[in-house]
Design a protein around this ligand. Structure first.
Ligand code: C2E
Ligand code: MG
Ligand code: MG
Ligand code: MG
Length: 290
């Protein structure tokens, strides 16, 4: 009996493995064609200044409009893109597309705000990254000061290499944000050596902030450290008024989260966040949020 169960269990296991492998191979095949079929799309999540609830930036977040599965989140396909090397092409497309959209908004009277673009580790370490960023700016006409690149602590393990890359990037005039800050295991000492403009406090510290004194202490500490280091700071993943209140009490001036807005297609950002402009409707340039 045991043997029979074991055998069946084993057969079931391999069958499941086969189907997982098959799905992966299938997904990979679709992913290879996704860019040429124009299936990738960028959503934009507004970043909000707490003082006056104005949108002061957007983060570009990639989605894949899969022909059969519908809209897929990045955690479903970015790891596969990284494993297969497709991330280079996808990352380059993302950079250009984000710059293109931002330039279009600026040129058509939208707010003069920056866009932040997430870089994957491979992209950060690819030899022609600086060239790609430069080209994306040149070809779209976006001024470098309106582009922010999001990296994570794990990309900065080799201090000498990261410093060289970051210096070249900032020489172009783009800004660097440290995403998911506080979740890596790296030393804080790099903060004073690297040209980093902004810390993004990870959502994991915000989720329970209304009940957790330790999360509150961590967030307050990150905010005051950023201020002392003359860096900007933004908190991610704010979903409730309670979380917002505590962050504001701790002098957090910029936030991003579902409480204000989910990531939206470009047209919905225009619809929901460019409203005063629409009412203006007389061709007068809007007041910049800067
Ligand atoms: P991230 O850069 O830390 O982006 C924040 C993620 O949190 C986004 O998920 C966003 O939709 C989500 N989020 C924002 N506000 C809230 C909130 O209030 N509550 C909750 N529960 N979630 C919130 P998304 O879009 O699924 O992206 C996940 C991750 O995928 C990103 O984390 C980023 O690391 C990666 N990613 C997204 N777009 C790109 C891209 O173009 N290139 C690369 N390399 N990675 C990307
Ligand atoms: Mg990010
Ligand atoms: Mg993040
Ligand atoms: Mg993340």
């Amino acid at each position: 009996e045991v043997k029979k169960n074991g055998k069946n269990g084993f057969q079931f296991y391999t069958a499941q493995l086969d189907s997982e492998l098959y799905e992966r191979i299938e997904l990979e095949g679709y992913l290879r064609k996704a860019l040429e079929r124009d299936e990738m799309v960028l959503y934009y999540q507004p970043q909000i200044r707490t003082e006056d609830s104005r949108m002061i930036g957007v983060e570009a977040l990639i989605r894949w409009n899969h022909p059969l599965k519908g809209l897929l989140a990045p955690n479903v396909f970015i790891p596969l893109a990284e494993e297969t090397g497709m991330i280079y092409e996808i990352g380059n497309w993302t950079l250009r597309e984000a710059c293109r959209q931002m330039k279009l908004w600026h040129a058509s009277g939208g707010p003069l705000i920056p866009v932040s673009v997430n870089l994957s580790s491979q992209q950060f370490h690819q030899s022609n990254l600086v060239e790609q960023v430069k080209n994306a700016l040149l070809e779209t006409g976006l001024d470098a000061r309106y582009l922010e690149l999001e990296i994570t602590e794990s990309m900065m393990m080799d201090a000498a290499v990261s410093t060289a890359i970051l210096n070249e990037l900032t020489a172009l005039g783009v800004k660097i944000s440290l995403d998911d800050f506080g979740t890596g295991y790296s030393s804080l000492s790099y903060l004073k050596h690297f040209p980093i403009h902004k810390l993004k406090i990870d959502r994991s510290f915000v989720t329970d902030i209304t009940e957790s004194h330790s999360d509150q202490a961590i967030v307050a500490t990150i905010i005051s450290m950023a201020q002392n280091l003359k860096m900007e700071v933004i908190a991610e993943g704010i979903e409730t008024k309670g979380q917002l209140d505590i962050l504001m009490q701790n002098d957090c001036r910029e936030i991003q989260g579902y409480y204000f807005s989910r990531p939206l297609p470009a047209s919905e950002v225009e619809h929901d966040f460019f409203v005063p402009l629409r009412l203006q409707g007389n061709g007068t340039p809007p007041v910049s949020s800067e």
